[in-house]
Write a protein that binds this ligand. Structure first.
Ligand code: SIN
Ligand code: MN
Length: 210
């Protein structure tokens, strides 16, 4: 397994999962799920997305990027819930808070192709990922697309930390196991990924030494 990858199985207790899903779904009234499209082809992804935090990850025909505003409502994303900021502070080992929480919704037939999270300039910050609802088959490879991969199931309440070498490793979701959780009303899986997007000194606007 690639260095820096951590699976914190069953990290979030059932009662906290319930509170978290209620809070996140409540916020989707303000920032509804949208269906992103693939750069270049404009083909719709099978996963629906929204974001929380000052920045949100979006994908459309012109590319992948972080945006301050929801692409459909034109409004800022809601704030990242306190419980997620606390989780980040406890598990990331990073000294600045995340700026984006991507919320992915997987229906029974959704999948997410192998990719690297590469749109952040804070390359040293890990990505912290929370699984809620139906189980999923997660695939993790190395830093080259051709590297061998291993697959394992993620269950509701599991937290994954992509740090170290694994921060720049290929990963994806091969499939969902429908009906394996009752947490998400109507079924499905919700994954929350917390990301630090810009390096902290950029945010502080520190002028470089002359
Ligand atoms: C992602 O890579 O953005 C999501 C991974 C997951 O759904 O577990
Ligand atoms: Mn990813």
């Amino acid at each position: 397994m690639i260095e820096g990858f951590r699976l914190l199985a069953d990290h979030i207790p059932a009662t906290a999962q319930k509170r978290l899903i209620e809070e996140v779904l409540g916020l989707t009234a303000e920032a509804p799920f949208f269906r992103p499209t693939m750069p270049g082809s404009g083909k719709p992804m099978s996963v629906q997305m929204t974001n929380l935090g000052p920045l949100g990850w979006v994908s459309d025909i012109s590319g992948y990027r972080y945006e301050r505003l929801h692409p459909e409502t034109g409004r800022p994303w809601p704030s990242i819930p306190q419980a997620l900021l606390e989780l980040w502070r406890n598990v990331s080992g990073y000294d600045a808070d995340p700026q984006a929480c991507l919320v992915n919704f997987y229906s029974p037939t959704s999948r997410l192709g192998l990719h690297v999270d590469a749109d952040e300039t804070a390359k040293d910050a890990p990505v912290v990922s929370v699984s809620l609802g139906d189980r999923a088959l997660f695939r993790l490879g190395g830093q080259k697309r051709s590297d061998s991969t291993s697959s394992f199931r993620l269950a509701s309440g599991d937290v994954v930390v992509l740090g170290g070498q694994s921060r720049h490793a290929f990963h994806g979701i091969d499939r969902i196991y429908p009906g394996t959780s009752r947490l998400v009303p109507g079924g499905g899986r919700i994954n929350l990924t917390l990301r630090r997007v810009t390096a902290p000194q950029e945010r502080a606007g520190t002028a470089p030494d002359a």
